[in-house]
Design a protein around this ligand. Sequence first.
Ligand SMILES: *Cc1c(COP(=O)(O)O)cnc(C)c1O
Length: 378
Amino acid sequence: MSAINPHSDLAAAAIRGLAPYQPGKPSSELRREYGLRDVIKLASNENPLGPSPTVKTALLAAFDEIERYPDGACFELRDALASHLQVTPQQLTLGNGSNDVLVLLAETFLTERVSAVYDQYSFVVYRLAVQACGAQAHVSQANPREHAMPLGHDLAAMRALVDQNTRLVFIANPNNPTGTWLEHDELRGFLRDMPEHVITVLDEAYLEYARQPGEADTLSWLKEFPQLVIVRTFSKAYGLAGLRIGYCVSSPSIAELLNRVRQPFNVNSLAQQAALAALADQQWLQQGVAANAASLLQLQQGLAKLGLRWIPSRGNFLLVDFGSSENAAACNEYLLRAGVIVRPVANYGLPAYLRITAGTEEEIQRLLQALAQFADSR
Ligand SMILES: *Cc1c(COP(=O)(O)O)cnc(C)c1O
C-alpha cells in the first residue's frame, strides 16, 4: 500500500513502514459482501452476552448530557474503580480502550533511541505502538509448538533481549491471539530481574476469565515493583467493546507522566457512565465468566470430535490448528460463506491457525456444524 501512496514520502519515517491493524470483519460487511442475512461473529473476543442490563439505563441517562464535554478527569469512575481495585485514584489512568493506554505508554517512554521488547505472537497493538514512535522493536521467539505452553511467551528469551536501551516490555497474560498464560511465580521472577530503567507492561485484558481460585491479584505487586504497569479493559468480560474504555494501574508518578500525554477528553461521557454501571454489577460479570467456561468446554469438545487441535487457553477464545495455511484459509472462506466470522491470524505469523471466540451455545453449535460440513467437503 505505502509504495503507491503518493503522500508516503511526506510521512514520518516510522509511519512509512507501518502496516495498519486488521480488525475482525464486521457482521455488516459480511452481510453486504456475501448477500447473507444471518451472520454470527466469533472473531473479536467480545462478550456474547453483552454488558449488564444496568448499562443501558445508565447510557439513556447519560444521553441527556451528550452536548457537554465529558469529565476529563473521570472523577466518579476513577473513584469507584480505585475503591473496587483497592488502589488510590492517583494510580489510575483511563483511556479510550486499553489500546489508548498502550499507545500512551509508548508515547511517554519511547523515542528513536530506545527499544521495547515483546513476543512474536503477542497482541499486534504493541508492535504498532512501538513502531509509530520509531523505537526499536526487540521481538522474542515464543515457546515452540511442542512446549508445555505451546506458542506462549518465553520469559527467558524476553529477558535476554532487555538491554541498556530498553524502556518497555509488553507481556500479555493471558496472551491474545494464543490464549496462553504465565504462572505468577514465573512472572514475579521476571519482574525481579528487570533493571530499574525498564517498565514492564502487564496486559490483563482477559483477567476476569483467566483468574484462578486463590490466585493473588497482580495489583498487590505494585508496591514491590514500582516499574510495573497493569493494563485492564472493559471491552472483554464487561462487554463494553463498542464504547472504548480501558485503564492502567501504576505508581502515581508513572500515572502523572501518562496524564501529560493523554488527550484531555480521551474517555467519552457514555463510556464513563457505562463503565460505572458495569463495575457495580459484579454478579453479571461472574455469570458471564461461568457462561464462558461452559462455552469453551463445548467448543473444545466439538473440536475434539472433529479431530481438530487447539492451543491451551485461559481467555474467551481458542487458537485452533488447521495443520496448514491452505487448510486454514479454505476453512475461513467456507465459514464466511456459511455466515460465520472467525479470525484469521496470518498477520500474526500464524497462517495455519484460526482464532475462534467462545460465543453463545447456539453460536458454537452453528460453528461446529459448519466446521463438520467443511471437513465433509474436503
Ligand atoms: C482485546 C485486547 C485488548 C483490549 O483492547 P481495548 O482497546 O481495551 O478494547 C488489550 N490487550 C489484549 C491482549 C487484547 O486482546
